[in-house]
Design a protein around this ligand. Structure first.
Ligand code: ADP
Ligand code: MG
Length: 515
């Protein structure tokens, strides 16, 4: 027989118990364990046969519960039904002394579980923000009726339970979200890996085929590769392909543009810097070290200072980096890829590039062709960019008119594939029809076509082209560059070109370059 509930001693006991339960509730993070703990404590302290916690599923408008301890079935029902539903709607406690006599009672739960409900004490599960997240019920007081004191105790327990349940639910949602993020991350990684293989390097010309083949052949090694070529020829694209084809693909690919690093920062950026080397300097891990295990891509390596070149050489020889202001070197395992649009041999002759570093980099050499060397690939690339940017530009343009494609194929493309891509994007924005027409292309591209004899289309420069035509093309290029450089200032452009002002005006007129 339990202690008399009315004795002050027993009240104190209950509230001490409540404090203790509250602590345990807060340390239980597993939702199901928590439900069990709450139910166990409630039945024990109010001397009832069973306790049930109904959780409100707001989206479905249903209450659900693990119906009884030890029974793993979950029941769900319309949140407006039964005594639990009534408590939910009224948002206050309810004591039912004879369940089967109450019009609110929903007997099908009993018939499902085989339990016979006599009386019920039911209270809302309310969070501190006054949100009702469910209903808490205690069934069948062993010894008579539920008292007001039971009601207070169960309500107090329910308030603690609501907090703990809310936390546990938030936590499990976080865990689910985290799982989703991990999966998303994995599939994105896979997508990236696929996207950057040699399949991303488009073209059917012999030169592009050869590049794909070299990259595939180096994929199971960690040798350095030097990638040369003009701007916009796909040097970085190839570097990524090399990395994502290699065994290092799951490790970082770190690209550093040496030309973009201001001289005083080059060393700390590449090699890392210890805190306090100069006033206010924070500790910073170098890019070389962040590529550990993976690939470091040094773009525009021809612009690296001689001091940095010496330090880089040391990294390659010793396989360790020395931080600026660091005490001891840190071992690193990187594969180095480097790119440049400069002629490194010439840079060596001018004492601007170290020969020993050059030999280290140039184990394999990949030379990206200028776009004008692979004119046969222009239609393929142009069509690819058309599809690639359709969404972004919001246009459903599938094709080029024969004439516009011919114009694109004839142009010299000083900016190579990058320029082609931008030109296509621009034309897509301006196009009014479902095909790109000549008039959608930039003026200078169309004009060059007019200036260049048909014979050059599809041919390598120098092939079957008269000197006069070549000179004309060159002139147009130089004039355009000078005009771009001076933002259309004809006097300054004339000076750059070594022409008189009038001389330039005449040429602009002759080639139709006046804007
Ligand atoms: N063969 C190619 N196939 C598909 N896209 C290419 C190709 N070559 C270059 N590109 C694209 O052209 C742009 C410039 O290439 P990028 O690698 O940055 O050139 P670089 O590093 O030589 O300046 C990028 O958007 C790249 O994806
Ligand atoms: Mg680049």
């Amino acid at each position: 027989m339990k202690a008399d509930v009315k004795s002050p001693h027993s009240i104190l006991d209950k509230y001490t118990a409540l404090l203790d339960i509250s602590c345990r509730l807060n340390s239980e993070k597993n939702f199901e364990q928590l439900l069990k703990l709450i139910a166990d404590e409630a039945t024990k302290h109010v001397d009832a046969e069973r306790a049930t916690i109904f959780i409100l599923d707001k989206n479905k408008g249903e209450l659900w519960a693990k119906i009884a301890l030890g029974v793993s079935d979950t029941i769900r029902f319309d949140a407006r039904l039964g005594i639990a539903g009534a408590v939910l709607i009224a948002a206050k406690p309810l004591v039912v002394e004879d369940a089967y006599r109450s019009p609110l009672f929903y007997p099908s739960i009993d018939s499902n579980t085989g339990f016979h409900t006599r009386n019920i004490l039911s209270v809302p599960l309310r969070t501190p923000k006054q949100e009702i997240i469910g209903v808490f019920q205690v069934l069948n007081k062993r010894d008579g009726k539920f008292t007001t004191e039971d009601e207070h105790f169960v309500q107090a327990l329910a308030n603690q339970a609501a907090i703990a349940l809310e936390n546990a639910q938030a936590l499990s949602e976080l865990e689910i979200r985290q799982q989703e993020l991990i999966q998303e991350n994995q599939s994105l990684r896979k997508e990236v890996e696929e996207r950057f293989t040699t399949r991303s390097i488009l073209g059917t010309s012999a030169k592009i085929n050869e590049i794909r083949s070299i990259i595939e052949r180096t994929s199971d090694t960690s040798v350095s590769v030097l990638i040369t070529g003009e701007n916009g020829t796909g040097k970085e694209l190839s570097a990524r392909a090399i990395h994502y084809m290699s065994a290092r693909r799951t490790k970082p690919f770190v690209a550093v543009n040496c030309a973009a690093l201001p001289e005083p920062l080059v060393e700390s950026e590449l090699f890392g810097i210890e805190k306090g080397v100069a006033t206010g300097v924070e500790r910073r891990v170098g890019r070389i070290e962040s590529a550990n295990g993976g690939t470091l891509f040094l773009d525009e390596i021809g612009d690296l200072s001689l001091t940095a070149q010496a330090k880089l050489l040391r990294v390659l020889q010793e396989r360790e980096v020395e931080w600026v202001g660091g005490r001891r070197p840190v071992p690193v395992d990187i594969r180095l890829l480097a790119a440049t649009n400069k002629d490194l041999k010439e840079e060596i002759r001018q004492n601007r590039f170290r020969q020993d570093l050059f030999f280290r980099l140039n184990v394999i050499h990949v030379r990206m062709p200028a776009l004008r060397e692979i004119r046969m690939d222009i239609p393929l690339l142009a069509t690819y960019f058309l599809r690639k940017h359709a969404k972004e530009v919001g246009r459903d343009i599938q094709n080029f008119s024969a004439d516009s494609l011919k114009t694109l194929t004839t142009y010299q493309w000083p900016g190579n594939v990058r320029e082609l891509e931008n030109e296509i994007k621009r034309a897509m924005v301006l196009a009014t029809g479902r095909e790109i027409q000549v008039q959608d292309l930039s003026e200078h591209i169309v004009e060059e076509r007019l200036a260049v004899p048909e014979a050059e289309a599809g041919k390598k420069p120098g092939q079957k082209q008269s000197l006069k035509d070549r000179v004309t093309t060159l002139e147009i290029h130089m004039i355009r560059d000078a005009m771009a450089q001076t933002e259309g200032d004809r006097r300054r452009a004339a000076r750059i070109l070594g022409l008189s002002h009038q001389g330039l005006l005449n040429k602009l007129k002759r080639y139709g370059l006046e804007s």
